[in-house]
Write a protein that binds this ligand. Structure first.
Ligand SMILES: Cc1cc2nc3c(=O)[nH]c(=O)nc-3n(C[C@H](O)[C@H](O)[C@H](O)COP(=O)(O)O)c2cc1C
Length: 216
């Protein structure tokens, strides 16, 4: 049954778990992010590495979808995908993007913006090899973001790839690999009572990272 308009309008949560102050935060935003990600993971959140990736198309229209963060280090935030899909075509033409993590049980959000480039072929292949067999076959079977006549077409393609690679190690498809977003801005958001949330934003400057507090 659908939510009534009133029920939907009344859905809200007051946040009260904790605050976020300059003294709580590591001066390196990647270290701070890794700390929050580890806390989200130890809170048993499902896929704490899921993030919303926003890209823009040639007309300036923003698009967004969820992808999984697979590497996070000083170089930035990396995910893996099909290089022929919609997000990849956006990133080829406009290599700037935004990421959002929302960890509801922690009442925390992280927003990241920056420039994106492809991971090296070696890194993409190393990650591809670490994936479960079915995911490897899926990468061969699915022409991501293109139109399918029906579900059977996809399942047939999967079965064909399964036969093709039976008993063989599955190579990383040419059209599959990673992108890494090198952060220029990282904002940490902690929900607080009465919508007076804490927001601390790091911005990359020539001399290092600056931190500012923003109104919620
Ligand atoms: C939890 C979750 C994780 C996902 N992880 C990935 C991922 O790591 N890589 C990917 O290509 N698609 C992933 N997807 C699917 C994407 O959201 C999206 O449907 C797909 O990449 C096609 O996007 P595009 O047409 O904009 O290129 C994920 C979806 C969900 C719900």
């Amino acid at each position: 049954m659908a939510l009534t308009p009133q029920k939907l309008a009344d859905l809200r949560q007051d946040y009260s778990l904790r605050g976020l102050d300059l003294c709580d935060i590591d001066p390196d935003p990647i270290v701070q992010f890794q700390r929050w990600l580890a806390e989200a993971h130890s809170n048993d959140l499902i896929e704490p590495n899921a993030m919303t990736l926003a890209t823009v198309d040639a007309t300036g229209q923003p698009w967004s979808r969820t992808v999984l963060l697979k590497v996070c280090d000083v170089r930035g935030f990396a995910f893996f995908t099909n290089y022929m899909g919609t997000k990849a075509s956006h990133l080829e033409a406009e290599p700037r993007a935004a990421l959002t993590f929302w960890w509801s049980a922690m009442e925390r959000q992280v927003n990241v913006t920056g420039r994106v480039h492809k991971t090296s072929r070696e890194e993409s292949e190393a990650y591809f090899t670490s994936r479960p067999l079915a995911s490897q076959l899926g990468a061969w079977a699915s022409p991501q973001s293109s139109t399918l006549a029906n579900r059977e077409e996809l399942e047939l393609s999967f079965e064909q790839q399964k036969k093709r690679f039976e008993g063989l190690s599955i190579p990383c498809p040419e059209q599959w690999g990673g992108f890494r977003l090198a952060p220029e801005r990282i904002e940490f958001w902690q929900g607080r009572r009465s919508r007076l949330h804490d927001r601390l934003r790091f911005e990359r400057a020539p001399e290092g990272w600056t931190i500012t507090r923003l109104a919620p």
